[in-house]
Write a protein that binds this ligand. Structure first.
Ligand code: HEM
Length: 125
């Protein structure tokens, strides 16, 4: 059954599912593994998964749990490219489609595309 609303429980599941697919992707998996390792159930990833769950909760639920600055960490990463962002968006879309009803999918696809476009512009990609 597809989810008909966002909540912290399904956002957390979505985030875990998304990064599981990211880690096994040949193009962008290595970028994440270099920074955070490949153990999704370890401490380093737990922190990232918490941060990202807060990030999407602040967007979809309007809570204020996320207090970071989303762009900054991406400035240090090697191998970012338009192709890498495209892959990120494809994997994100596939995850959303596997979990949420279409209107919710579109909402987060639109948000992620806008953010990715901003990141690429700031990175001069
Ligand atoms: C190819 C594309 C991308 C790659 C390889 C990538 C990689 C990463 C990595 C490795 C981190 C952890 C950095 C650290 O802890 O120092 C990170 C953090 C983060 N990323 Fe991305 N990312 C990508 C695209 C995106 C997009 C499109 C979004 C949003 C729609 C996003 C949102 C975030 C957020 C919110 C954080 C946490 C920032 C913080 O610490 O507050 N990323 N990303």
């Amino acid at each position: 059954m597809l989810e008909s609303e966002f909540n912290r429980i399904n956002l957390r599941k979505m985030v875990v599912k998304f990064y599981t697919s990211v880690l096994s992707d040949k193009l962008i998996g290595p970028i994440f593994i270099r920074k955070l390792g490949d153990d999704l159930s370890g401490v380093v990833w737990a922190t990232h998964l918490d941060t990202i769950t807060d990030f999407w909760a602040s967007i979809t639920l309007g809570d204020f749990a996320y207090k970071g600055s989303p762009f900054a960490p991406h400035m240090q990463l090697q191998d970012l490219s338009r192709e890498a962002f495209q892959r990120w968006l494809e994997l994100f879309s596939a995850t959303l489609n596997s979990m949420y009803e279409p209107d919710l999918v579109v909402e987060l696809e639109n948000r992620s595309e806008l953010i990715a476009a901003n990141f690429m512009r700031n990175l001069r990609l």
